[in-house]
Ligand binder design. Structure first.
Ligand code: SF4
Ligand code: SF4
Length: 343
């Protein structure tokens, strides 16, 4: 494909995506009875084994596409705005393109969170053709180590082919905390992302309950430095992190179970990846009454929560909807556990 044709296609896709984003924002502001975002797990298996991660195993089979279709249609009936595929590593699912097409038929926007290892030019073109809107890769360090192999050294080639071929929005997330050795790596990753034309975010690694592990001084400095070169994008709504970076509790209303849903590989609705087990209700029985109840339920784990996607979604309603019910966080040992990988 010629460069000019590809650039024109990319522009058309961006205009079309912005139009749908505007629609999602208006609908989200006008009515609180629907989820703005759902994460859905098409496969729990991962091809990596990051030391801080409790969201993968090394043996699960892909969820059949017919089952995923049913779940996505149910999310569509709940009028979910963005459906994002997460994992495990979603690119290990053999029919992921079809799953993305199903999302585009049932929701406003389709997203994908991947470690990027399996991306090729041909795979990116298939994601373009399927109608993917967003892709996020987390890069944890510059050189791979025993905590994480999601390093810039390994993934830079993948970033270059993404810059060349992707017609969807690409965000590169770098991380601080959680045993990542060199906080400065986050700056290197963020600068590289911006040079390639992507957006760049920084996340703070949470413990197994989604809670803050206090940042060291240098990590906090790097975090504040990275905030200076933020670009405008939906994923940039992360004001909460200022308090969290300073070890202060964050005063916000978590709308997990309402405006944000986490659908595990068994089709249960959970608050988020780190509060699996609550409410743990099958998606096919999840109704607008559940959405309304969770909207007004204050989560005991909120003050030190670092789950940025739920913070971003909850920002839609920060000024309204007082939370009058309460629920305590589920302790780590009571979460729906993902069996540890054997490697
Ligand atoms: S953080 Fe991502 S890439 Fe690493 S083990 Fe977990 S799911 Fe896999
Ligand atoms: S505050 Fe919300 S997003 Fe954060 S861990 Fe608790 S339920 Fe999950």
């Amino acid at each position: 494909m010629s460069q000019t044709k590809s650039t024109a296609q990319r522009r058309r896709r961006t205009v079309d995506r912005r139009f749908r984003e505007a629609k999602l924002l208006l609908r989200g502001a006008a009515n609180t009875d629907h989820p703005i975002m759902a994460h859905i797990i098409p496969i729990r298996r991962c091809n990596l084994s990051c030391a801080y991660c409790n969201e993968y195993n090394d043996y699960s089979k892909p969820v059949p596409v017919a089952t995923l279709r049913d779940r996505i249609e149910l999310l569509g009936k709940l009028r979910t705005g963005v459906i994002t595929l997460s994992g495990g590593e979603p690119l290990l699912h053999p029919e992921l393109d079809e799953v993305i097409r199903i999302i585009r038929r049932n929701a406003t926007l389709a997203g994908l969170i991947t470690n990027g290892y399996l991306l090729t030019a041909e795979r990116i073109q298939r994601l373009n053709d399927a109608g993917l809107d967003y892709l996020q890769i987390s890069i944890d360090n510059v050189m791979p180590d025993d905590v994480s192999k999601k390093s810039l050294k390994v993934l830079d080639k993948k970033l270059q082919i993404l810059a060349e071929h992707a017609h969807f929005h690409v965000n590169i997330n770098s991380v601080l905390g959680g045993g990542i050795r060199n906080p400065e790596d986050a700056l290197v990753v963020g600068r590289r992302a911006m040079k390639l034309g992507f957006t760049s975010t920084v996340g703070i690694i949470h413990d197994g309950d989604g809670q803050l592990r206090p940042l060291a001084n240098r990590e906090r400095e790097v975090f504040l430095e990275m905030k200076k070169f933020e670009k405008r994008h939906f994923s940039r709504i992360n004001y909460f992190q200022n308090q969290i970076a300073n070890g202060q509790p964050s005063d916000w209303k978590c709308r997990a179970g309402s405006r944000y849903l986490y659908i595990c590989e068994d089709g249960l609705v959970h608050y988020c990846s780190q509060q699996r087990g609550f409410p743990a209700k099958p998606l096919e029985t999840y109704t607008v009454q559940d959405i309304r109840r969770e909207y007004v339920t204050q989560k005991g784990c909120a003050p030190f929560c670092t789950i940025s996607c739920v913070h971003q979604i909850s920002y839609f309603d920060f000024w309204r909807g007082e939370q009058t019910l309460t629920v305590e966080p589920v302790p780590q040992e009571q979460l729906v556990h993902i069996k540890a990988a054997t490697m």
